[in-house]
Design a protein around this ligand. Sequence first.
Ligand SMILES: [Zn+2]
Ligand SMILES: [Zn+2]
Length: 141
Amino acid sequence: MTKTYTGKCLCGQITYTASGSPIVVAQCHCEECRRLSGTGHTVGAMFASEVVAVSGKLSEFSYSSDKDSQVTKVFCANCGSPIYGTNTRIPDHLTLSLGTMDDASGLYIEVVIFERDKPHWDRLGQDVVFFATQPDWKPES
Ligand SMILES: [Zn+2]
Ligand SMILES: [Zn+2]
């Protein structure tokens, strides 16, 4: 049985389905991914473009990678959520932002790339307190 992954953007205007298993799930710390995400990395699942169907109004931004390929980042035109990216170096494939997936069960990060560009703060230290969800914390007044 072929597994189908579904996802959507923050505002819900963009929805997508992807069938089958991703080719790879990667975490990337490159400068572009950091600026795109506003945090220390992106996590993406690469699929063949033909197994992915996206609906809704998209907006995109392209730039040249340092390997001289053309990278295109595709967003929801309304809320700006990063939906997927393409790279002319790997034609006919796209990489879906894993955080937009409704249920990524069974998927795990297989590779971390651009580790050298990882900000020192992008990790969980051994002595941090963490919460599984939003804590009931409020700033002291
Ligand atoms: Zn949206
Ligand atoms: Zn990157």
